[in-house]
Design a protein around this ligand. Structure first.
Ligand SMILES: *Cc1c(COP(=O)(O)O)cnc(C)c1O
Length: 747
């Protein structure tokens, strides 16, 4: 399906040459000569994957590093010249810079032969185009909200590491996702900050005449001009579409101002920019994807646009074209329920796309039927998931259980006789992003210097058994202390900002204790995640947390959707417990959960709690916890249903399971049963293991000695989860099962 670019969609010249990064050149001109290599590093998110790379920037000016939001471009622009010249004369710093610059060059040039053998259809000119409404690469690029975006970011990073040619396609949100602030009554308020596009590590894509490459998409019967920013992610690229141009109507300029902030009209406009605009943009840049991968359904219009473009040349009808599109399309669904949120009314679809379906040779009914679950029902909502399933040759859920669930849920879309063609590929996380430097260092020592290149290899991780208990415990304890210090800083600042009394602010000095078993809970607050399960019975919770000899403490973090008052009420109640006299030193809430908070939280806790209402699609934060030696305690659902390993018969357990599903229970009694199970686990199973030490301090104090049994569980958890729940394993599975031509039929 190789075609020349179609000039009618391309406003400026389509002759695109991958010009050198002019922004990087500008930055180089500012830097002292010995430091120019910093500019290339700053403009490629490869720098964010390990601490030694990050520290190259943070060491320049630790205070400005914080105020710049960990953005290296903004930092290099802000650091005073005297400081830059000082560093330019520091032989130690220059040595580190030279070494990293060399490593970066080797990385960029090296291409692994594996992927091209497995999927000869892929090449840098014919990559996988990975469409997603959000991308979470790093806290400095605010175009993500949560798990979906972080998964997309981790996928781009692993694709780069493995040499799988991949380009991401997403939207640039000028106001990003909201910042969370809790007011004095504990109610969530949302703040947006304008993102300074010219100081972010990305570049506006220009043609050979220096003009921004733009494409057009009709929205509300009006042409909207879209420009595009390129973000480098190792060897992968991410293209972010942007309508905020002065030649657009002011309403159209704001189409993508907020991520998930809009009404249905805005959401639909965003879907059109992402899908239709994304395909036109790739074409304008002369990128001919071999595979279109939709990560969640927001980009589903892309597949219509691929068909549309081809039909203009080939003259074949939509049906036949759709058949061809299916040879190239992959859809990953994330929703655990069929009444998905990503639906639009037929009227809205008509008002936005009424001019589009004739171009596909389709009638109104035929077009609406593509997104209707029951094609005979003209009033049904238009579902992006249904559209994506109908036009994708391969589809998958994000864990084994979720795959099963999807096959049941969507059976009606397929003919009764054949098996439902939805597989499953369980999500994983990018270990080099999510493992704390102290732990990486331990892995380097005991698994070998090239451990990071073999993450998905289970035999590598057997080496975890060689780590001496005291070393593992000491590193873990340091990470926990760091998390507690950070939590206190954040809580102190928040109380200050709310104008709380001086004694409330001083009380933060006693908040959390590094010797106490520390639980983490970081995720979206919505009723179905059941964030307050631990407090179902307040007396019981107090008894457990404030226990004299075996105390526990918990750190919460997470946002509620702006429109979700129920979720905000949950946060409000948690804030009350943070102030409760019996709990005030044992319960903390970190505001404004993002990737930076997540990194500290998953690396510093002893225990991670996961207990959403069943079913859960996958969940990934517990996987990040494993890499850092924390243990999971969760419902047997999503990834944990695959990963949990009970103890016995010579095998050490790798965590705990909360409750069991009871199909006959209503939600309230299921909550009750799960809470009972959680209490029982914490009191009778988890605390005893954690506080059993090989040497006791004075009067049986819990502050000394090593908990060998707990450490054995930490090792079992790392060994069993690290290789399997990595995004390297995940991307390799996409490569063989979804991207490669059908030599490898789906199971
Ligand atoms: C990993 C991550 C998530 C996803 O967590 P789940 O366990 O899938 O809910 C959400 N937000 C941030 C900031 C993350 O880092």
């Amino acid at each position: 399906m190789l075609r020349k670019a179609d000039p009618t969609w391309v406003c400026s010249s389509w002759l695109f040459s991958p010009a050198p990064m002019t922004s990087a050149l500008r930055l180089k001109a500012k830097l002292p000569t010995p430091l120019v290599a910093l500019a290339d590093l700053a403009y490629n998110y490869w720098w964010s994957w390990t601490e030694e790379r990050v520290s190259l920037f943070s060491n320049l000016d630790p205070v400005r590093w914080q105020t710049c939001g960990h953005n290296p471009v903004a930092l290099l622009e802000a650091v005073p010249d005297e400081r830059l010249w000082q560093v330019a004369e520091d032989p130690h710093y220059l040595n580190r810079l030279r070494q990293l610059a060399r490593e970066f060059e080797t990385y960029r040039r090296g291409a692994a032969p594996g992927p091209s053998q497995i999927a000869p259809n892929l090449s840098p000119d014919r990559p996988v185009a990975y469409f997603c409404i959000e991308f979470g690469l790093h806290e400095s690029l605010p175009v993500y909200a949560g798990g979906l975006g972080v998964l997309a970011g981790d996928s781009l990073k692993s694709a780069s590491d493995l040499g799988v040619p991949m380009v991401g396609v997403g939207l640039l949100y000028r106001q990003g996702y909201f910042h969370q602030h809790l007011n004095r009554s504990g109610w969530q308020e949302e703040h947006y900050t304008h993102c300074e596009v010219n100081h972010l590590p990305m570049e506006l894509v220009r043609d050979e005449f220096g003009q921004p490459v733009t494409i057009k998409v009709d929205i509300r019967q009006r042409p909207v001009r879209v420009q595009v920013w390129r973000v480098l992610v190792g060897r992968s690229q991410l293209y972010l579409l942007d309508t905020d141009r002065s030649d657009n109507d002011s309403l159209d300029r704001r189409i993508a101002s907020h991520l998930y902030g809009g009404n249905p009209e805005t959401r639909l406009a965003q879907a059109l920019i992402l899908g239709v605009g994304g395909v036109r943009m790739l074409h304008a840049l002369d990128i001919e994807p071999a595979i279109y991968h939709l990560n969640a359904s927001h980009g589903a219009f892309a597949l219509l646009e691929v068909a549309h473009r081809e039909m203009r040349y080939s003259g074949v009808g939509f049906e036949e074209m759709a058949h061809q599109v299916r040879q190239q399309s992959v859809f990953t669904t994330h929703s655990p329920v069929s009444a998905a949120s990503n639906v639009f009314s037929a009227d809205l679809i008509e008002s936005f796309l009424g001019g589009y379906w004739p171009q596909l040779g389709l009638s109104r009914e035929d077009f609406l039927a593509l997104g209707n679950r029951h094609p005979d029902d003209p009033w049904a909502l238009f579902s992006m998931t249904v559209l994506a399933l109908r036009l994708s040759g391969k589809a998958n859920g994000v864990s084994h259980r979720h795959g099963e669930l999807c096959r049941e849920m969507w059976q009606g879309l397929y003919s009764d006789s054949s098996p439902v063609p939805i597989g499953s590929i369980t999500n994983g996380v990018h270990a080099r992003t999510w493992t704390a430097p102290l732990m990486m260092d331990l892995y380097r020592q005991h698994l070998g210097p090239d451990w990071a290149a073999k993450i998905a290899d289970p035999s590598l991780w057997a080496g975890v058994d060689h780590i001496p208990d005291d070393q593992l415990w000491q590193r873990h304890s340091l990470l926990k202390e760091r998390l507690i210090a950070y939590t206190r800083d954040r809580v102190r600042a928040a109380r200050h900002q709310r104008g709380e009394a001086a004694d409330e602010i001083a009380a933060v000095d006693h908040l959390l204790d590094p010797a106490v078993l520390t639980i983490g809970f970081g995720r979206r607050f919505s009723p179905y995640k059941r964030g307050e399960l631990l407090f179902s019975d307040l007396h019981r919770a107090i008894r457990i947390l404030a226990h004299a000899r075996r105390p526990m403490q918990i750190i919460f973090a997470g946002k509620a959707n702006p429109a979700d008052d129920e979720g905000k009420r949950i946060i409000q109640r948690l804030m009350e417990w943070c102030r409760h006299p019996a709990l005030r030193d044992r319960v903390a809430f970190i505001e404004d959960y993002d990737m930076a908070v997540a990194k500290l939280l998953v690396s510093g806790v002893d225990l991670w709690l996961t207990h959403p209402r069943r079913p859960e699609a996958c969940g990934t934060s517990g996987q990040k916890v494993c890499l850092n030696g924390g243990l999971n305690c969760g419902t047997l659902d999503g990834w944990w249903a695959e990963a949990y390993q009970p103890g016995g018969a010579g095998q050490v357990a790798n965590g705990w399971v909360i409750g069991r599903p009871n199909p006959d229970s209503d939600p309230d009694s299921q909550n009750h049963q799960d809470a009972e199970s959680l209490y029982d686990l914490l009191e009778n199973h988890i605390a005893p293991v954690y506080y059993q030490r090989d040497s006791q301090g004075p009067a049986g104090s819990y502050r000394t000695g090593l908990p060998h049994q707990w450490i054995a569980m930490m090792k079992a958890s790392i060994r069993s989860c690290a290789p399997r729940y990595s995004s390297d394993r995940m991307v390799a599975e996409y490569l063989t099962q979804m991207y490669a031509p059908d030599l490898h039929p789906q199971p």
